[in-house]
Design a binder for this molecule. Structure first.
Ligand code: PGA
Length: 271
């Protein structure tokens, strides 16, 4: 495993840090969304070391990518992602959104398997696996959330079984296009009593995830899959998750809804 660790360190330096803004079901109006998007776009435009991916609700995606805002603010394009997609491409699936539609709209990423969808909508690992495959076939990069329900001993078991069930049947050539996020459910800010994982905990789990990936696919692929951290990340703790936690970026919920806070977070991510 020592060799794997050395390669991981090198890769982190060579690659950009990825910061993903997960707006969840916010804000309430298009106008507010446009203001937030515009401020963030301006605030992060000169930070070359960090790639920012904005994931607004579906209804704002079109405005984020091709709307007047995007054309008028002559800034480095932010990348755009969705917060979910369906596993079919077209047809009679009321209320669902096809990964092909997202791709055609200009999305590059899609968050899949978020714990809020597992808990409130009963999304299963089987459903999430189908979504990962459909996203990959639509040339979207899936940001796959992995994490245990509560803090404690069962962490390794839960993380390992999620990884094996979600990635076990993915074709080798597609594995390099996946981004993983270690996001313990108990650390998500909307949970009662939530607190961020400490950086050592995050590092241990991220390293454990890489050991499992190594066992599943070999060292070379295991070292190439970026692993982010998610759960109560803010402008104050982002640096420790990247430096000490060895995360290659972060999935950010509530702190991404305040432009000032989020811009500061992105600045602090370039370690
Ligand atoms: P949080 O959310 O940053 O508000 O904890 C993260 C997430 O749920 O993706």
């Amino acid at each position: 495993m020592a060799k794997l660790k050395i390669r991981m360190e090198r890769r982190k330096i060579d690659n950009k840090i990825l910061i993903v803004a997960n707006w969840k079901m916010n804000p309430e109006t298009l106008q507010e969304a446009m203001v937030l998007f515009k401020h963030v776009a301006k605030g992060v435009k000169d930070i070359k070391e960090v790639q920012v991916v904005m994931c607004p609700p579906f209804v704002y995606l079109n405005h984020a990518k091709d709307g007047p805002l995007y054309r008028n603010t002559k800034v480095r394009p932010l990348q755009i992602g969705a917060q979910d997609c369906f596993w079919e491409y077209r047809g009679a699936f009321t209320g669902e959104i096809s990964p092909l539609m997202l791709k055609k709209l200009g999305c590059e990423y899609v968050i899949l398997g978020h714990s809020e969808r597992k808990n409130y909508l009963k999304e299963t690992l089987d459903m999430i696996e189908k979504k990962i495959i459909a996203a990959l076939r639509s040339s979207l990069i899936p940001i796959v959330c992995i994490g245990e329900k509560s803090r404690g001993e069962q962490r390794k078991k839960e993380v390992e079984s999620q990884l094996r069930e979600l990635l076990g049947r993915i074709e080798q050539k597609d594995l390099r296009k996946i981004v993983l996020t270690y996001e313990p459910e108990w650390a998500i800010s909307s949970q009662k009593g939530a607190e961020p994982a400490n950086p050592e905990e995050a590092e241990r789990t991220i390293f454990f995830m890489r050991e499992i990936l190594c066992d599943m696919f070999g060292e070379s692929i295991a070292a190439q899959i970026p692993i982010l951290y998610g759960g109560s990340v803010d402008h104050k703790n982002i640096r420790t998750f990247i430096r000490e936690g060895k995360a290659q970026g972060a999935l950010v919920g509530s702190a991404s809804l305040n432009a000032k806070e989020f811009i500061e977070l992105v600045k602090n991510a370039k370690v």
